[in-house]
Design a protein. Structure first.
Length: 324
């Protein structure tokens, strides 16, 4: 099934969550993600499982070798840092050492393509020496996890970066700029111009970072038209990040693409009541309503959307479609 152009907002949005219908679902003999991805998993364990899922049937053997080489390099690096720094490996010196390792020694660079497996999965980023913001950040966070160094992920619209914070010392680590320390105000001004209160620049827990990874994995499965797997990943993302509106929107999308229009409409309706001024939401919700031939409700949604976005020509065109 071809994904309609009016849904593009939901697919290309950043990155992030609950319906239980997928808990015991199977695809190609495999149980869906939500069945086995426990909160107790470390970031490393979660990355390995998600990587195996994304790479299933697509040159799995070479990628398994890449995975082994990457985690061996992580272990070797952290062993060396522990020997060199001792207890300081868990402090700012450990964070600076991680930055030097990733950008100076491993020479990991930035790749703006954020919809590819090879720019997302840490072992692929390590082998190719380039990755998108989340893929590079995962390498930093995996080293930090091994060192027990308090580096956290931070989520923004269309971006992800890291932050060292031990309660005393605190600095940001920008993955796209070789670990540069931008102040929080930089991120507020560049990424938070719209009203999106679910982005609060907080330090993410490891399980929440996994939720961001699940969102991105869900988008990749969505592009493959594997709607069942995409749905499972979005459910897991929502469970871990309950306020992540974009993940809920993508979950609503997968219900529609799977033919479950009632669940899609129910979730879109909840979202539209919460954030009617979210860019693209009225268009996507209305499109699902038109598909289900609920033209009256679609007209209401498009009209409300135009209240917030009066110059949106696509909403005007959509409103005309709601008057068959």
């Amino acid at each position: 099934m071809k994904i309609p152009p009016y849904i593009n907002f939901l697919i290309t949005g950043i990155l992030l969550f609950c319906f239980s219908a997928c808990t015991n679902n199977h695809v190609n003999g495999r149980k869906t993600l939500s069945f086995y991805l426990a909160d107790s998993l470390s970031l490393k364990e979660a990355c390995i499982r998600i990587s195996s899922d994304l790479c299933f049937g697509t040159q799995g053997a070479p990628r398994a070798e890449n995975q082994g080489a990457f985690y061996a390099a992580v272990d070797k690096t952290c062993d060396s840092l522990f020997k060199a720094l001792g207890p300081d490996a868990r402090g700012p010196q450990g964070a600076y050492a991680i930055i030097r390792q990733v950008y100076d020694r491993w020479r990991i660079g930035f790749d703006a393509r954020d919809t590819l497996v090879e720019t997302l999965l840490p072992e692929q980023v390590y082998m190719k020496k380039k990755g998108a913001c989340l893929g590079v950040s995962l390498i930093v966070l995996l080293l930090a996890e091994k060192l027990e160094c308090p580096i956290h992920g931070v989520l923004l619209p269309g971006h992800f970066y890291c932050r060292f914070d031990n309660g005393t010392d605190r600095f940001n680590i920008e993955p796209n700029k070789s670990g540069f320390n931008h102040p929080d105000d930089y991120y507020r001004e560049k990424y938070l111009s719209e009203k999106k209160p679910w982005y609060d620049l907080k330090n993410l827990l490891a399980k929440e970072t996994v939720g961001v990874l699940c969102f991105n994995a869900g988008n990749l499965f969505l592009r493959r038209k594997d709607f069942s797997r995409a749905r499972a990943y979005f459910i897991e993302s929502v469970r871990r990040l309950p306020t992540f509106i974009e993940a809920k929107g993508n979950l609503a999308l997968t219900f529609a693409q799977s033919g479950d229009l009632e669940k899609s409409k129910m979730l879109f309706d909840t979202l539209f009541n919460e954030v009617p001024d979210l860019n693209g939401l009225a268009g996507n919700y209305g499109a699902v309503l038109i598909t289900s031939k609920d033209f009256k409700k679609a007209k209401e949604v498009f009209t409300k959307g135009l209240f917030y976005f009066p110059n949106d020509s696509s909403l005007l065109a959509d409103l005309a479609k709601a008057n068959p």
